[in-house]
Design a protein around this ligand. Structure first.
Ligand code: CP3
Length: 343
C-alpha cells in the first residue's frame, strides 16, 4: 500500500502528513471559474462528468495534493430523491421544503436515486482512470442530519431552526426523513465505491447544533449505521466522518461509529484533538481556512503548529472547514510547501 492517505487511514504515523483541502476545487481558483462558466452554472457542472472530472483534477495539477475529492454536492442526493434544487447566485442553495407527511410521501426510495446520480458515478470512473497513481480518490455524501436541515428549511439557515422545530413538533416525521436519508446515503456511497472511490467521507456540517441525546441519535447513530453497512458491503473500505463543531462530541467518535478517521474543525485546538481524539485513530484537520485569505507568517506558524501537534499519530493535514472564494491561491501553495518541508 503506497498511497499516503491510505497508509494514514490504516493507522500509520507518517514523517510528513498527507494533505488535501476541503473545497479544493472551487471559486478561489481561476481555472475553476473558467470551467464553471463553460458548464453554465454550478449544477450543470456537477452533472457534466467530463467537466466535473476536470475541476476535480485542477487542484491536483496545481498543488499535487495527496487526495482528490469527487466534485459534486451534498444536495444532489435530496434532488435524486425527488426534491427540487436550485442555487441562487450570491445566496446559496434552495430546495422544495419537507414539513408534512404528504410532502415526505412524494419522495422516492433509495434505489431510484441512481437514475439522477449516474453522471456522478461516471465522474468517479473518469477520475479513477485519470488521477496520478499516488493520488487517492475520495467520494462523499452529506450526513443525514445536515442534509435534512436543508430539506426541511428549503435553504441554509444559521441555526438550523426549522429542522429543530420539526424534530420538536413531529418527531416521527423527522425520524422518517433521517431514516430515508440514511438508507439512500448508503446506496449512494456504495455506488461511488463501485465506480472507483477508494475512501468515502461523510460531511455533517451542522452536527454541532445537536445536543446531548439528539447528538447521539441523529449525528452519531446514522454515521455508525452508514459506516458499518458500507464496510459490510465493501470490506476494508476506509471511512472518514466529519461531525463539524462537535466539540466534546468528537471524543469517542471513532469507536462509537467504527470510522477510520475523524475530521476535526478549528473550533478545537490541534493539541486538544491530539490528546482526546487522535488517541483513538487517524484524525484529519484542522488549520483555520481564514489563513488561506490572510497568509503570511501566521499561516506558516499555524501550519507548523498543526503538523507538530498531530505528529505522534496518524494524521491527514486539512483545513478545519472548506476554503473560501476570497482565498489567495498563493497562500495554498505556502501551506502545502510548509507541510512538506517538515515542521
Ligand atoms: O470539497 C470539494 O472540493 C468537493 C466538492 C464539494 C462541494 N460541496 C462543491 C461546492 C463538497 C464536498 C461539498 C459539500 C457541501 N455542500 C457541504 C458540506 C461541507 C461544508 O462546506 O460544510 C454543504 C453544506 C453543501 C451545500 C452547499 N453547496 C452550500 C451551502 C453551497 C454554498 C453556496 C454558495 O454559493 O457559496 C454549495 C455550493 C458549492 N458546493 C460550491 C462548490 C464548489 C460553490 C458553487 C459555485 O461554484 O458557485
Amino acid at each position: 500500500m503506497t498511497k499516503t492517505i491510505l497508509r494514514a487511514l490504516a493507522g500509520e504515523t507518517l514523517p510528513t502528513p498527507p494533505i488535501w483541502m476541503m473545497r479544493q476545487a472551487g471559486r478561489y481558483l481561476p481555472e475553476y471559474r473558467a470551467t464553471r462558466a463553460q458548464a453554465g452554472d454550478f449544477l450543470s457542472l456537477c452533472y457534466n462528468p467530463e467537466l466535473a472530472a476536470e475541476v476535480t483534477l485542477q487542484p491536483i495539477r496545481r498543488y499535487g495534493f495527496d487526495a482528490a475529492i469527487l466534485f459534486a454536492d451534498i444536495l444532489l442526493l435530496p434532488q435524486a430523491l425527488g426534491a427540487d434544487l436550485w442555487f441562487v447566485t450570491g445566496e446559496g442553495p434552495r430546495l422544495s421544503t419537507i414539513t408534512s407527511d404528504a410532502e415526505f410521501d412524494r419522495l422516492g426510495r433509495g434505489e431510484m436515486i441512481h437514475d439522477t446520480l449516474n453522471p456522478i458515478y461516471e465522474t468517479v470512473r473518469i477520475l479513477s482512470r485519470e488521477l496520478p497513481e499516488e493520488t487517492t480518490l475520495i467520494g462523499f455524501a452529506g450526513a443525514p442530519w445536515t442534509v435534512a436541515t436543508y430539506m426541511i428549511a428549503g435553504r441554509g439557515t444559521p441555526d438550523q431552526g426549522p429542522a429543530h422545530a420539526l424534530k420538536a413538533e413531529n418527531r416521527a416525521l423527522f425520524e422518517k426523513i433521517i431514516d430515508r436519508l440514511t438508507e439512500a446515503t448508503i446506496d449512494y456511497l456504495s455506488a461511488q465505491v463501485e465506480a472507483g472511490a477508494e475512501v468515502v467521507k461523510l460531511f455533517d456540517s451542522w452536527a454541532g447544533s445537536l445536543e446531548g441525546e439528539d447528538f447521539t441519535r441523529y449525528a452519531l447513530e446514522p454515521a455508525r449505521i452508514i459506516t458499518q453497512e458500507l464496510k459490510a458491503r465493501h470490506p476494508g473500505l476506509p471511512v472518514i466522518v466529519f461531525p463539524r463543531q462537535a466539540g466534546q462530541g468528537y471524543v469517542g467518535f471513532h469507536q462509537a461509529t467504527g470510522a477510520d478517521c475523524v475530521a476535526v474543525d478549528d473550533s478545537v485546538t490541534p493539541e486538544w484533538a491530539a490528546e482526546h481524539v487522535q488517541v483513538d485513530g487517524c484524525v484529519q484537520g484542522n488549520l483555520a481556512s481564514s489563513h488561506m485569505v490572510t497568509g503570511g507568517q501566521a499561516l506558516v506558524d499555524e501550519t507548523r503548529r498543526v503538523v507538530k501537534a498531530f505528529s505522534k499519530g496518524p494524521h491527514i493535514f486539512n483545513l478545519g472547514h472548506g476554503i473560501t472564494p476570497d482565498a489567495d491561491p498563493e497562500n495554498v501553495r505556502l501551506m502545502v510547501d510548509t507541510v512538506r518541508e517538515g515542521a
